[in-house]
Write a protein that binds this ligand. Sequence first.
Ligand SMILES: Nc1ncnc2c1ncn2[C@@H]1O[C@H](COP(=O)(O)OP(=O)(O)OP(=O)(O)O)[C@@H](O)[C@H]1O
Length: 274
Amino acid sequence: MALSDPTLILRVRNLTARIATRKEEIHAVRGISFDIAAGEAVGFVGESGCGKSVTARAIMRLAPEGTSIALGGSVDFMGQDLLQLDEKAMRDLRGRRIAMVFQDPMTSLNPVMTIGSQIDDIVRRHTELRGRAIRQRTVELLNLVGIPNPERRADNHPHQFSGGMRQRVLIAIAISCDPDLLIADEPTTALDVTVQAQILRLLMRLREERGMSLMLITHDFGVVAGMVERVNVMYRGEIVESGSVERVFAEPAHEYTRALLHAVPRLDTAGRVL
Ligand SMILES: Nc1ncnc2c1ncn2[C@@H]1O[C@H](COP(=O)(O)OP(=O)(O)OP(=O)(O)O)[C@@H](O)[C@H]1O
C-alpha cells in the first residue's frame, strides 16, 4: 500500500484494539484514525484508562503486560501496513524504526547492569559497530541526552541516577537507532516539575535535530502545550477531538476537552488581579 501523501509517516485508519485478560475482554480502542507527518509532534491527551497507551502499543503490536491483544483496522507506517507484517519483520522494526519511551524509567532498566553496558548491548545489536567503537557510541549518546561526565557515568548502575537522569538514559536508548518515530508514553509523569520541563525540552531538541516524528502521550494538557503542533483528545477508546493545540486550547469543541482543560492552570490569567 503506498502512502498518498509522501510527507506522512504514519496513517492510522479505524484502529481497534481489544485486550483480553484472564477475567475479561476490554474494547480499549474503538476505531480511531489519525496521521503523523514526518518530523511532526502530535499529542494524545486524555484521562487514565481512555486508551492512549493501548493505542501506542497497538502501533508496535505489543499487548499490555498480562494480556493478549486483537487488532483491527490499518496502521500504515511509511507505506507498510504494520498489522499485516509477520512477527519477524515487526521485531526488526521495533526499536529501529519506531522506538518508545515509557513513564517509569526504573522498571525499564536492568538494576544489576551498568548504564553503559545496557546501552552497549543495544548498540551492538542494532549497528555494525564493534569493539571500542561501541562504547564510544554509548558515551556519545549519553552526551547527546545531556548526561554530564558520560564516560564516568556509563559505569554507574541505574540506582545511582536520579529519575530525570534515568529518563534521559531511556531516551538515549530510544534514539540509538535513529528511529523515524518516537512514541513517548507519559515520559515525564514520574518526575518533578522542573525535571519534567527539562525532559520535554530534550525531546523537542532531539526531534528537531534528528527530524524524527514524536507521538507524545499524556493525561496532562499542560505537557502538550508548547510541545506539539496537533493534539488528539481521547475519551473511552475514541478520538473525540483533534486539531492544532492553539485551536483546541482556545475553543475546545468537545465537552470532555473543556473538562480536561479546566484541570490545567492557565498561565495567561494566573497573575491577573481580580
Ligand atoms: N495490563 C492490563 N490489564 C488489564 N487491563 C488493561 C491493561 N492495560 C490496559 N488495560 C485497560 O485498557 C483500557 C485502556 O487503557 P490504557 O492503558 O490504554 O489507558 P491510558 O489512557 O493510557 O491510561 P493510563 O495513562 O492510565 O495508562 C483501560 O480500560 C484499561 O483498564
